[in-house]
Design a protein around this ligand. Structure first.
Ligand code: DGL
Length: 283
């Protein structure tokens, strides 16, 4: 039988939080994770550049026998997914599928909020694209959505500073800006796959901010991994023709455009286990 992997792509390490959520739920499948670490972060790059880089990664994963690729990166999902789905796939790869992380998150969030005031924390690119706002408003017209870009959060994570005291300032700053836009927010989406590593600091700072408005509930935080995993499971149930093409050996390979040694060292922070990586180039 030929191999059929689920490919998961991110600009760097962030997508490992998505991979982790998916593998916890569906450990039997075979996975290939590709991090474009050499060119991360994508958050401030233009639409054209994010599209070009993401397409290169998708093509590489197709070459490596992935009939299905998940863009485990909000920035790539916001800026490249639609063009790949509508322009590239029909012409060049009609039997392959590429899915993103924004829609599955938008689907669940409307039901989770009581005040129907939702905050989105993400990279500058994702916030400027307004993808979350548009998706959530379409699915849950009763919701009000505000977004806040957190330009320092990805560098804090990629540089392994996310649990250091210096990170507190930047976490507090972005949360204060978000909550001052709309104090009725009761649900916050972590719309960047790097952010779950900052979760302890985010919770701590939110609890402190909440003491300023004790009459309002402390907002709940929505990390994406578990929702992407259940959405993928549901997708495969609805698409048995795709599910049949995926092999089940329980394996996971890691590819990086940076040094394999560096990837191995940092990936363990996200996965709590040691992994071997292979260096590749994208073009
Ligand atoms: N982890 C990616 C995301 O979810 C972005 C990080 C970056 O800026 O490259 O948006």
């Amino acid at each position: 039988m030929t191999s059929g992997y689920i490919g998961i792509f991110d600009s760097g390490f962030g997508g490992l939080t998505i991979l982790d959520g998916i593998r916890q739920r569906m450990p039997e499948y075979d996975y290939i994770y590709l991090g474009d670490n050499a060119r991360a972060p994508y958050g401030t790059r233009s639409f054209d550049v994010v599209y070009e880089f993401t397409l290169q990664a998708v093509k590489k994963l197709f070459e490596m026998d992935c009939p299905l690729v998940i863009l485990g990166c909000n920035t790539a999902s916001a800026k490249a997914l639609r063009s790949i789905q509508q322009k590239y796939l029909p012409q060049y790869a009609p039997n392959r599928r590429v899915l993103g992380v924004i829609r599955p998150t938008a689907e669940v969030v409307g039901e989770l909020s009581h005040t129907k005031h939702i905050g989105v924390l993400a990279t500058e690119g994702t916030i400027k694209s307004e993808s979350y706002k548009l998706e959530i408003e379409k699915l849950h017209p009763d919701c009000t959505i505000v977004g806040q870009a957190c330009p320092m959060w990805v560098p804090l994570v990629e540089n392994n500073e996310f649990d250091k005291p210096g990170a507190d300032y930047f976490v507090k700053d972005s949360l204060t800006k978000l909550m001052s836009q709309d104090p009725l927010i009761d649900t916050i989406i972590l719309g960047c796959t790097h952010y779950p590593l900052l979760l302890p600091k985010i919770k701590q700072q939110l609890a402190q901010l909440s003491t300023l408005n004790p009459q309002l509930p402390t907002p709940q935080i929505i990390p994406q991994g578990q929702y992407i995993a259940s959405s993928l499971e549901d997708y495969l149930r609805r698409h048995p023709e795709m599910d049949e093409r995926l092999t089940r050996g329980g394996t996971c390979q890691y590819l990086t455009t940076e040094s394999a040694t560096k990837f191995r060292e940092c990936a363990s922070l996200f996965l709590n286990e040691e992994v071997e990586a292979q260096h590749i180039t994208l073009n």
